[in-house]
Design a protein around this ligand. Structure first.
Ligand code: SF4
Length: 296
């Protein structure tokens, strides 16, 4: 038999009010946008938000009804409002129960670049203790292959992932072995600055249909300023890597999804956007899928 909550769980919330979690942001001189945990939002004046925070509201004053409908307040002894919010939150976040088809393996935090906008905890090239271990990689594959999707994507990230190329080879080989047993298709992508690309790596990419994703921040002066490395030749290496890849693997690139080149925009490049666009429209890159700008 279904169990019902005690009557007090449904009692009027007006006796002892308490706040439920919410965020707010000023959107004008007298205006605030207030949103609850599930994304519902209302607009309140400064006077109203102060009253809400101080819980100086009561049934019939309009603010009480607005705040109650938006799940911003509840009666201290009333459970139904919190349960309704919890139910909506659970539905909204239900995607977390599914295992995503995209899995990123950060195979190392080492990198020979030292970009000021780097968002990873980049480590110098001699600190191999910041490399992913084989055991961790195998654990990552266990999670990746729990995906219900018939096609999964494994993306190698860093740092500069090619600094741990040995582990990339191991993961590709282990993933392919599992995919043939489980009947899943696996796509591979290496996100790389291309500086370490050589014949061996390219041959491996070709043999295993691995796509490359790289960064080009604009013309040489801007790119090299954004992306310093020993020798100051990040742009030259990136462009020669792109040309090298096109020359050898154009057919691979054209029959599968395009390889990606991403421009990272920050203060140094924000005044040179036309130069950045021009760089992407040169004879080197013309016709390549243009992925996106990231504004930092
Ligand atoms: S190339 Fe990438 S990982 Fe390396 S320092 Fe630059 S942003 Fe960071």
């Amino acid at each position: 038999m279904a169990r019902f909550l005690a009557a007090e769980a449904f009692s009027s919330p007006s006796d002892e009010l308490s706040l439920l979690p919410f965020n707010f942001e000023r959107t004008g001189t007298e205006q605030f946008l207030v949103s609850n945990m599930v994304g519902d939002f209302i607009r309140l004046t400064e006077d109203e938000i102060n009253k809400l925070i101080d819980l100086k509201l009561k049934p019939g004053d309009g603010l009480y009804e607005k705040a109650y409908a938006a799940h911003l307040i509840t009666g201290s002894r009333q459970k139904s409002q919190q349960q309704l919010l919890a139910l909506r939150l659970r539905s909204r976040m239900s995607f977390l129960r599914e295992v995503t088809p995209l899995h990123m393996f950060v195979v190392t935090l080492r990198c020979e670049h030292s970009c000021p906008y780097c968002q990873v905890s980049r480590q110098s090239t001699d600190r191999s203790r910041f490399d992913m271990s084989e055991a961790t990689a195998r654990g990552g594959l266990d999670i990746a292959f729990q995906s219900k999707s018939s096609r999964i994507k494994i993306e190698f990230q860093g740092g500069e992932p090619l600094l741990n190329f040995g582990l990339i080879k191991m993961i590709v080989s282990a993933a392919q072995a599992r995919s043939s047993v489980l009947g899943k298709k696996v796509d591979f992508v290496i996100a790389t600055n291309l500086a370490l690309l050589d014949d061996t790596i390219l041959a491996f990419c070709k043999a295993n249909e691995i796509l490359l994703s790289t960064s080009l921040d604009g013309p040489a002066d801007l790119h090299n300023k954004n992306r310093p490395r020993p020798g100051g030749n990040s742009y030259e290496l990136a462009v020669s890597g792109i040309l090298f890849f096109f020359a050898h693997y154009l057919r691979l690139a054209s029959r599968s999804k395009p390889n990606n080149i991403i421009a990272t925009m920050h203060r140094a490049g924000w005044n040179s956007t036309s130069a950045v666009f021009n760089e992407f429209w040169t004879s080197i890159i013309r016709g390549l899928h243009f992925e996106s700008f990231i504004h930092l």
